[in-house]
Write a protein that binds this ligand. Sequence first.
Ligand SMILES: Cc1ncc(COP(=O)(O)O)c(C=O)c1O
Length: 375
Amino acid sequence: MEFIDLKAQYRKLKDEINANVLSVLESAKFIGGPEVKQLEQELAAFVGRKHCITCANGTDALQIAYMVYGIGEGDAVFCPDITFISSTEPSKMFGAASVFCDIDPRTYDLCPESLERQIKAVLAEGKLTPKAVVAVDILGNPCDYDAIAPICEKYGLILIEDAAQSFGASYKGKMCCAFGDIATTSFFPAKPLGCYGDGGAIFTDDDEIAAVIRSICVHGKGPRGKYDNVRVGVNSRLDTIQAAILLPKLKAMGDYEIDARQTVAKRYNEAFAPYFTTPFVQEDCVSIYAQYAILAKDTETRDRVIAHLKEKNIPNMIYYPTPQHALPVFAEEPGYSESFKNADDYCARTLSLPMHPYLEAEEQQLVIDAVLEAL
Ligand SMILES: Cc1ncc(COP(=O)(O)O)c(C=O)c1O
């Protein structure tokens, strides 16, 4: 059994993917081919956003978002304590401070109350300028944007949606990648929408911001092209073969993969709810379950389940073992008096199980049986 079965997806989409890749090989338009533009248009339409600019990976997408707004020295960027380092790495890179916030104990996303406490702490200390919030839809479960967006407005903060894990999810009828001033995603192969290498995208509704993103992605190109450099940029683009691969995958996601993920999650939820904390999805929201995580009653129980799954050859992972505030690289970031108790508790008890749209009913049963046997 695979944790995320990319081979099963390829078997299903093989004819279209192969034809698209061959077509790129024959055209030899490996960079900036027509498939890239088509994909950008389809991605923007899929999430309901005006602009989509593809780039080399989800980490670059975030770094470029920080660059667009000139986040740097003396700025405070507020981030959830549970995420992958890409969300917060650009702060350090550009000389800003990452101010971590505790997570909501139900969704595991950025806790709006903790966010406001941390903003007030930064203002009270008076050393840093509150600048931006990175809201991460962790495990594919959308953040509470109705609570977070007004806080950003109240304090004049830029809202960046890190939707690396949540492409395909939605919050109250609006797709993830459509929140904030700017949203970013990742097409890393294991992501809900993954390519066959690295890839990413940035979304915005603002024409001027979109133009700046396009410039930054190509070494800060100016109105007269790539040798008319008007700002510091990077070289970050999605190549044509990856775009050609993503086109049929995007269609499959809309046609049936989102629903198939819900079916697996529902079955898991029913089986695990009596014994574990199962994923909580807010009303009128859809999680894409980039990861399906259960929380055991304590670390000892979680580790016992892991040991048993190992014996049964059932893949599993811990996303994430360490909260951001406890990572050595962030040892000097200001924590203020926030306790991070929900994030610490989450890390101590979380366990992710095999989850993808092609997980057969028999495989689901094997996972369920093995987890419950361990108890
Ligand atoms: C929350 C989050 N943000 C950003 C990224 C970065 O994406 P990439 O691996 O494409 O650079 C990831 C990837 O794991 C992620 O999980």
